[in-house]
Design a protein around this ligand. Structure first.
Ligand code: 6CS
Ligand code: FE
Length: 301
């Protein structure tokens, strides 16, 4: 019988203080040193809650993906689909969810042998895709993302029981200082910050455009920023940021003319499959939370 006890109460009617993490960051002693990540890289991920690699993929390898993004922008049906989120009050695409199910090219990339081996090394098990998305963040029009923990949402709204998941953000267009790079708070993954505010039904219809529910309080943010500062990994197309499911992150609006389009693959351990949403609402759509295909991913040939 699955243990469905809620160890991470959040979306409450009153403020509950943050508390220390109860799950390991790196999930297996045996696999910790058996994978492409060096001991120093594993230690850095464990300490900071993320690790980044400049030019993990060749810039040229990203060209086909960029062309896909351009094609999607001109695909009226795709823009109308529920998995496509537009910028608030605009016609520009903000995100496309479930991209690995739309495109074989993106699906293969989720099974890149080096990427998959690193993820398995950190999560200490076979893995499957919980969620995939492209965040377009177009020049001039791309809005930001409030500070948040993905796990806080995935636990509350998708029923993800424990912190045994991570995101691989693949940089499709150069992430520079001025086009709204991903910002992370080093060490924040070691604390769970319960959030105040009941989750409305169909919250995702709002939260994916602009998040109000599941945003940590400023006092907790201030404390964690004072401890760990803020880092914004930058790099050319093809760069990679791997961040733990509970690492606080966000990003600013894009005031530059250059898009900041990143791909996000969320890997979950096959030992951490979804329960009923802990917030008590009905489950979110499949394009946000995979509840039907938990088969372990095999490396692409
Ligand atoms: O609700 C979600 O699953 C999405 N929300 C945010 C702000 N980050 C993770 C994910 O894309
Ligand atoms: Fe997020």
């Amino acid at each position: 019988m699955k243990d469905t006890q809620d160890l991470f109460p959040t979306r409450l009617e009153r403020k509950l203080g943050m508390f220390e993490r109860i799950d390991p960051v790196v999930h297996s002693a045996e696999q910790r040193n058996s994978g492409p990540l060096s001991a120093e890289e594993v230690d850095e991920f464990e300490r900071k809650g993320f690790i980044s690699f400049d030019s993990f993929f060749d810039k040229a390898q990203m060209d086909d993906f960029i062309q896909d993004l351009r094609d999607y922008e001109n695909d009226a049906d795709l823009k109308l689909s529920e998995g496509t989120v537009l910028e608030p009050g605009r016609e520009e695409i903000r995100s496309i969810f479930g991209i690995h199910e739309i495109s074989e090219r993106f699906s293969r990339l989720t099974r890149d042998p080096r990427l998959l081996a690193m993820v398995q090394q950190l999560l200490g098990s076979d893995v499957y895709i919980h969620q995939s998305r492209i965040n377009y963040k177009p020049g001039f029009k791309g809005k930001g993302f409030e500070w948040h923990s993905d796990f806080e949402t995935w636990h509350s709204e998708d029923g993800m029981p424990r912190m045994r998941s991570l995101s691989c953000s693949i940089v499709l267009t150069d992430n520079g200082e001025f086009n709204g790079p991903l910002m992370l708070i080093p060490g924040s993954h070691n604390y769970f910050v319960p959030c105040v505010g009941r989750t409305p039904e169909n919250n995702y219809k709002e939260s994916l455009k602009s998040q109000y529910i599941g945003v940590p309080d400023e006092r907790s943010l201030r404390e964690l920023m004072a401890k760990g500062d803020i880092e914004a990994p930058k790099g050319p197309a093809g760069s990679l940021i791997i961040f733990e499911c509970n690492t606080l992150h966000g990003s600013n609006i894009n005031m530059s003319c250059w898009p900041r389009s990143n791909l996000f693959f969320v890997y979950n351990s096959v030992e951490n499959t979804l329960h009923d949403p802990y917030c008590g609402n009905k489950p979110r759509p499949e394009f946000l939370a995979n509840r039907t295909n938990w088969e372990p991913l095999e490396p692409a040939g």
